[in-house]
Ligand binder design. Sequence first.
Ligand code: OTD
Ligand code: ZN
Ligand code: ZN
Length: 350
Amino acid sequence: MPEIIRKITIIKPDDWHVHLRDNEILKKVIHYTGKFYNRALIMPNLDSPITNCFKSIHYRSKILNAMNLKYKFQPLMTCYLTRFTMPEELKIGFSKKIFIAAKLYPNDSTTNSKTGIKDISYIIRVLECMEQIGMPLLIHGEEIDQNIDIYDREAKFIENTLEPLRNKFPKLKIVLEHITTKESVEYIKKSDPYYLSATITPHHLMHNRNDMFFGGIQPYLYCLPVLKNKTDQIALREAIASGDRHFFLGSDTAPHLHKNKINIVGRAGIFNAPSSLLCYVQVFEEMNALKYLQSFCSENGPKFYNMPINKKTITLVKSSYRVIKKINVGKNNIIVPFLAGKNLNWSIED
Ligand code: OTD
Ligand code: ZN
Ligand code: ZN
C-alpha cells in the first residue's frame, strides 16, 4: 500500500509565467499570486506592451504599489520583443535587472500580440545579443499560418521555427512556454536543460480538448495554445511526474473580464492564480509523484534562471479547498477563476 501523505512542506514556489494586467484588474488579482509564490515572472503583453526599460520600470512600480503587505512577492519583468527592439535596450535592461528575460510573441498568436514578430529574421541582431549576454528568450511557440490546423501549430513551430533557431543560436537560453503536446515533451527532453526548458500550466495538466466542448462550449477552458487531446495531456502529466528538470512551474494565469470571455468573440486565457498551486499538488498526488513536487515548483525554475532557491517554505495540507466563484471588478464587472466554486483536495496551512 502506498503511504498516504496528508501534509507536505516544500520550499516556497515561484511562478515563471504570470499575466497581472494593469489598473483595476491588477489591483484585484495580484494578491492571489502573492499568497502562494515568492517570485513571479510578469508577462509584458499589456494593451500597450512593455517594450523598453522605461515602461518596465513604470509597470513594476505599479505592481509594487498594488501589492498587499501580507501577500508580497518579487515581480521579475520581461521585455516584449518587436521588430524595433534594440539590442542595446536589452543589454542595459538585463545588466540592471530591469528585465530578466525577453518574450517572443509570434504576430497575432495570443492576447495583445498585434505587434509581435512576423518573421524571426527581423530580430536576428537581438537574438545574437541575447545569446551573448545569457538573457533567456521566452517563446509562445505556435505557428501563425491560418492554413495550419490549430491543433498542429505547436508541433509545426518546433519543426519550422524552433529547431532552426536553436541551430543558429546553440547557446541561447530558451523557455518554450506552456507546452501542450506529447511532441513538445519529447523534444524538450532531448535538449540540455540549461539551454532549453519548458513551463507547464495547471489547466493543460487537468484538462483536454474534450472538456472544452463538454455539454456545450466552455469559454472558461478556452486558452492559447488550446487544450490538446488526452494523449497529450497524459504526456504532460508523465513529464512532471518523472521529476525531469527540464520542466517547471509557469501557471499562465491570464485574467479577463467575464463579459469579454463570453462575448461573441471570446477572449483566450484562464485565470488560475487562486488555485494554481493547489491544482499542481493534486496532479502530483494523482500521479503518485509528490516527491517531485518541490523540484517542479521551487527548484528547476531558479536553476534555469541562475537564481537562488527561496529560503521560505510553504505547507500544504490534505483538506478540501473551495475555489472562489468570482471577483468583483468595479461596479459591474466580474472575473471568474479557473474551477470557480469547485472543491480541490489540498489547501495551504495558514
Ligand atoms: N494564453 N491568454 C493570454 C496569454 C496566454 O499565450 C499565453 O501566454 C492572455 O490573455 O494574455 C492565453 O490564452
Ligand atoms: Zn503564450
Ligand atoms: Zn501567458
